[in-house]
Design a protein. Structure first.
Length: 569
């Protein structure tokens, strides 16, 4: 890496360093908590893959073949994700980054600019290889009892494995941007990616992959083994990587040809993408300046719907809600996330329907089903918190550098924040109530659990919404270029922890009425005033807790937001 390339990359690393050095104590604690949760999740992945690889490896006769098939499927999936992620990231770093006007005005050679952006794209997109791939490779090393040659083989193959999708992504991004404006390419790729991810997730859930580790659930071993017959192209990096890794694990003759293909393939693809990008960059950069259309935002029916929906609000709040909704429908990277939310709901209901319910019969079967349905309230709360982190927590930050327009306008802070709550409150209620009705119904729970779920979802929708907008106002990021970055920030993790604490408090309080009802049913007793108190009082406490969670963070967030300095334009 030459000094000029390092000079172009230095601002990003210095910015990350200054983010930590200049952070307040609360922000540092949040960053540390975010790192701890990341380590915990990594450890969970490692334990999961260690169990999966060890289980497959111990299968008689077919163990090594099963582990190879599993590694092939994982590496093919990861390679596909890397190609897609690099394409989207390359469109942003090469054509849409905010600092391009400054960088392109400097006396920088084209190859220096390319390699600086190439390295930036590779690092931003390939972190998933380190995060998701490392536990897989460690699990394989432990299962096979690998020696010291195994880490050396990984160090040799991983650079080539990640360079090929980066070169492909940069080249494909340049080709796409040449014919289509860059912002539309990015939005279209994001939407396609979400659809692909939703399709894969739903299909995997419907296929019930947990059956793969249970040979008795198949008619014969051949049918079980057929589940793993996935063709792997011989001229792609996943196949070469599997050959090298398996040889180092099993001590078989080393595939030097495959290793050479990996080490030279990344360099060759990078060279081709460098030549291609240089040929089309100027035209692609010019097309990147095109503005997006606003067909749906100008639709008359949308204006009529918004006029009816915002009727209870003040004129100022009504204008804010209308503005936010129209910005939302103009940005595919925003409204396409609704597809992902729908997939989460489908997967949750399909998972509940796939649960084995045969053993939940007899006199205690109804209690087991109702207990399971009641426990699903925690899952509903987690899904609602995730939806709020993506849509409501980011609502204030999406004002961006134009926040000064709102800050100097005739609007109060609380009025602004409640206007941010209103647009997504109805979708939150829809998601919560659909799950609250579907999960107990699928699990065969009684009417009381169903009513309790409906009440809890409504209360949590209000409490989590206020909590999300309030904390988002305490820790806004007006310089973020997209909502996804805000939703993945340490302050978003702080909200998720707070939201889950609220969910567990609600579930804990509702243990009292559900336990009381089950006791009365089991003893075949009529409720006394004391029993009614044990049912009604916790529900009132839940309502009060969720109301406080909605109001107090909004109040604190309004004070913190109005005390901030205006963002630099």
């Amino acid at each position: 890496m030459g000094p000029s390339v390092r000079a172009l990359l230095a601002p990003r690393w210095m910015g990350q360093k200054n983010r930590w050095l200049r952070a307040s104590r609360a922000e540092r604690i949040t960053l540390v908590l975010f790192g701890v949760f990341g380590l915990v999740f990594w450890a969970f992945l490692f334990v999961l893959f260690a169990w999966l690889v060890d289980t497959a490896y111990t299968v008689e006769v077919f163990g090594p073949i099963l582990t190879r098939r599993l590694l092939e499927m994982l590496l093919i999936g990861l390679f596909t994700l890397l190609c897609f992620s690099n394409t989207v990231t390359a469109v942003s770093t090469f054509y849409l980054s905010d600092d391009l006007e400054l960088v392109l005005s400097l006396p920088v050679r084209p190859e220096t600019f390319f390699f600086a952006r190439y390295i930036d794209t590779l690092i931003q997109s390939s972190w998933m290889m380190a995060f998701f791939g490392l536990p897989v490779f460690v699990a394989y090393g432990l299962a096979y009892g690998a020696d010291w040659t195994y880490p050396l083989a990984l160090l040799a193959v991983i650079p080539g494995y990640v360079m090929v999708p980066t070169g492909l992504g940069v080249g494909l991004a340049s080709l796409l941007v040449r014919g289509i404006p860059a912002n539309r390419v990015r939005e279209g790729m994001v939407f396609v990616g979400i659809l692909a991810m939703v399709t894969v997730a739903v299909l995997l859930r419907l296929l019930r992959p947990e059956r793969l580790m249970d040979a008795e659930s198949f008619d014969n071993l051949a049918a079980w083994f057929a589940e793993f017959q996935v063709p792997v192209p011989a001229f792609l990096p996943p196949r070469w990587t599997v050959d090298v890794v398996e040889a180092s694990l099993r001590g078989t003759p080393f595939p030097w040809v495959e290793l050479a293909l990996l080490m030279t393939g990344g360099v060759a693809v990078t060279a081709v993408s460098r030549w291609l990008t240089r040929a089309v960059y100027d035209e692609g950069r010019a097309r990147a300046q095109a503005a997006r259309t606003a067909r749906l935002a100008k639709a008359g029916w949308l204006d009529r719907v918004l006029a009816f929906w915002t009727r209870p609000l003040s004129p100022i709040a009504r204008a804010i809600v209308t503005k936010d909704v129209k910005i939302f429908v103009r940005d595919p990277s925003q409204w396409s996330q609704v597809v992902l939310v729908g997939a989460i709901v489908v997967i949750a209901v399909a998972s509940a329907a796939a649960m084995p319910m045969d053993f939940m019969r007899g006199p205690f079967g109804i209690y087991m089903r109702e207990g399971l349905a009641f426990g699903s309230l925690a899952l509903i709360g987690f899904i609602m918190s995730s939806v709020a982190a993506r849509f409501q927590f980011t609502a204030v930050s999406l004002e961006g550098r134009a926040f000064w327009v709102v800050r100097t306008g005739p609007v109060q802070a609380r009025e602004l924040l409640w206007a941010k709550v209103w647009p997504s409150l109805v979708p939150m209620l829809i998601v919560g109530e659909v799950l609250a009705v579907a999960l107990p119904t699928v699990l065969g729970a009684g009417g009381f659990v169903l009513g309790l779920s409906i009440f809890s979802a409504a209360a949590l929708a209000m409490g989590i919404s206020g909590l999300a907008v309030g904390i988002g106002a305490m820790y806004p990021d007006f310089k973020a270029d997209n909502a996804s970055r805000v939703a993945a920030s340490p302050s978003a993790m702080l909200f998720m922890v707070s939201g889950l604490v609220l969910v567990f408090l609600v579930v804990g309080l509702e243990l009292i009425p559900i336990g009381t009802v089950m006791y009365l049913r089991y003893q075949e007793l009529s409720p006394t005033p004391l029993h009614w108190l044990g049912i009604i009082a916790p529900l009132l406490a839940v309502g009060g807790l969720c109301a406080a969670a909605a109001v107090l963070p909004i109040r604190r967030g309004a004070e913190a937001l109005w005390d901030r300095e205006l963002p630099n334009s």
